[in-house]
Design a protein around this ligand. Structure first.
Ligand SMILES: N[C@@H](CCC(=O)N[C@@H](CS)C(=O)NCC(=O)O)C(=O)O
Length: 209
């Protein structure tokens, strides 16, 4: 069975393994999930928690962007030097990774809330936005120090790929402008030049209703 990923071209958690696959020269077919309000795991490629992405290989189903990227790395013929979250020894780098993933999940909460008609001034949405802004302010101040701790000989790091997917997604989904985050915007512009980033640009798989 050829490997395929169930997800969406508009999803930041889906884009992480798509960038990894491109860097690792793995042919990965995207199968688009149609209905994000479905409560049937089968509509999410068998994900019991109703999330995307899932990877489907001969070995089985893989849930979540990090386990999927690890499996892609194991299946690749290239021996890329990859920095994984558990390799981040310094607090600034470990905290950056934690805040990137937290901000990505917070963004999902904001988008799903808006899409299902929750008002922006709902207390939960207000807290989600405050959480996102807190994470972004910290990342604006600290992401370069975090990246500086990575081994210079690396080919790829989960931290940089996930940070890139987060910051491009914020503007793509009109959740937050990057105007207040010039250093993060500059990081995103540099990373966006990679062919793996250009090959996986965010887009909506369906026309808006
Ligand atoms: N920890 C998971 C998070 C996955 C996740 O939150 N995916 C979002 C899309 S980017 C999702 O499925 N959203 C739909 C929903 O939460 O209902 C991962 O790393 O893949």
């Amino acid at each position: 069975m050829p490997m395929h990923l169930q997800g969406r071209s508009s999803s930041h958690f889906t884009r992480i393994p798509r960038i990894f696959a491109a860097e690792l020269e793995i042919d990965l077919e995207l199968h688009v999930i149609a209905d994000l309000l479905s409560t049937d795991p089968l509509d999410y490629g068998g994900h019991p928690a109703l999330k995307m992405p899932t990877l489907h290989t001969d070995a089985g189903i893989w849930f979540g962007s990090l386990p999927i990227c690890r499996e892609l790395a194991l299946c690749s013929d290239l021996s890329l030097d990859i920095v994984w979250p558990e390799d981040l020894q310094r607090p600034v780098a470990a905290n950056a990774q934690e805040l990137v993933l937290t901000a990505m999940s917070t963004e999902v909460g904001l988008i799903m809330g808006k899409a299902s008609g929750v008002a922006a001034d709902n207390a939960q949405q207000v807290k989600l936005r405050a959480s996102l802004l807190g994470a972004m302010d910290w990342l604006e101040m600290n992401h370069l120090r975090a990246i500086d701790t990575l081994p210079p000989e690396r080919d790829l790091s989960f931290l940089e790929v996930s940070l890139f997917c987060l910051i491009e997604h914020l503007e793509f989904r009109e959740v937050l402008s990057l105007d207040a985050y010039p250093a993060l915007r500059a990081f995103g512009q540099r990373f966006a030049r990679k062919s793996s980033a250009r090959a996986t640009e965010f887009k909506f798989d369906f026309p808006s209703p």
